[in-house]
Write a protein that binds this ligand. Structure first.
Ligand code: DPM
Length: 346
């Protein structure tokens, strides 16, 4: 008997590419299953005339999918991890996080542009992005540039860049462009000292029902421990700062030879203030299997993905960085950024 798994996804080209990739990987592991893709539209896909930070609603790209998941209309949902808030609806968990693609941000110049670096653009050139994180950091390095919100799917944005001629460049996640096979549109990627990436950027997450042990078992083989641990740290950092997609907050992280490292930062909207902190800790993977599947999810991530001690350690790292920053005024910087954003015409 073939068993059917219903997979929910947004209908954008990138979401479909990611979903098909997840299904391809699942089929390699579980030939006994058949997969049916169910495409849906989310609020974030519908409201295209406002920048993300101005819509001000959480779960913009995920809510409708999660409602279908909770109602049992689909069995799993594929997301970009960075679109998933740190608290998920009751009864839902992230059952797998796949190996991270390049988490950095990419600069895409208009077709035919001779610019090689953002510094080459003339004064008051307009750069397209609706991310406060990108704007705040780029204003620091490139005060001569202006920023404007460009919304819509990747294809729409690239078409606007080349045809409308309003923006001289776009800032987009390198991961999305690479997954679409558009690496040739990446003019260059921004180093961390210019632009730190968003929490969870570049990672694909699969969400399912917490009680659905069959699906949790199916998803287990997809998980990338390195990505999951770094993303637990990043998400715990953001949660401790009560950040979301509408605040200028960036991270970088790594997990090499048992050493988990996290750098977190918050910025003022004009880029003049930056607070950056780094911490690391050793992950001792010695209780494998002991506490598995017994603890509550951490920042929405299913605890059976790795030992509960590792999970707790990664979450602690995120909170430690956040606490060190709160002492130095991170909350005040973010509160002011929210006020400035609400007052801006951006
Ligand atoms: C979130 C942000 C953006 C997306 C904010 C941020 C970018 C919005 C914009 C939370 N979600 O990054 O500071 O620049 O207008 C999004 C993209 C991807 C997932 C596209 C992108 C693909 C990359 C990935 C939108 N969500 O960032 O260029 O899978 O991580």
């Amino acid at each position: 008997m073939t068993l059917k798994v219903r997979v929910g996804t947004r209908e954008s080209a990138l979401a479909m590419v990611q979903t098909n990739y997840v299904i391809k990987e699942l089929k390699k592991l579980h030939s006994e299953y058949q997969f049916e893709v169910i495409g849906m539209t989310t609020t974030g896909d519908q409201i295209l005339d406002k920048s993300l930070s101005k819509i001000g609603e959480k779960s913009l790209f995920t809510k409708e999918l999660e409602t279908a998941l909770s109602a049992g209309e689909v069995d799993l949902v594929v997301h970009s991890l960075k679109d998933l808030p740190t608290s998920l609806p009751d009864g839902l968990v992230i059952g797998a996080i796949l190996e991270r693609e390049d988490p950095s941000d990419a600069v895409v110049f208009q077709k035919g542009s001779s610019a090689k670096d953002l510094a080459d653009l003339p004064i008051k050139s307009v750069v397209g992005t609706s991310s406060l994180r990108r704007i705040a950091q780029l204003r620091r390095k490139y005060p001569h540039l202006e920023f404007r919100s460009v919304r819509g799917n990747l294809n729409t944005r690239l078409r606007k860049l080349d045809e409308d001629k309003v923006c001289k460049a776009l800032i987009l996640a390198a991961a999305g462009l690479k997954r679409m096979g558009w690496t040739n549109r990446i003019s260059y990627t921004l180093p961390n000292d210019v632009c730190m990436h968003a929490v969870g950027q570049g990672a694909i997450a699969v969400e399912c029902r917490q009680e659905d042990t069959i699906i949790l078992g199916v998803l287990e083989g997809l998980n990338c421990t390195e990505t999951a641990l770094t993303c637990v740290a990043e998400r715990s950092f953001m949660k401790a700062l009560e950040g979301g997609c509408s605040v200028p907050l960036g991270v970088t992280s790594s997990y090499v030879s048992d050493k988990l490292q996290l750098t977190g930062a918050v910025f003022s909207l004009d880029g003049k203030v930056a607070l950056v902190k780094s911490e690391h800790l050793k992950i001792c993977d010695d209780d494998k299997g002991v506490h598995r599947k017994q603890v509550e999810p951490e920042v929405g991530i299913f605890s059976g993905l790795f030992s509960s001690q590792d999970m707790a350690a990664a979450a602690r790292l995120g909170r430690t960085v956040a606490k060190a920053m709160l002492v130095e005024g991170a909350q005040e910087i973010l509160t002011q950024a929210r006020v400035d954003n609400a007052a801006s015409t951006f």
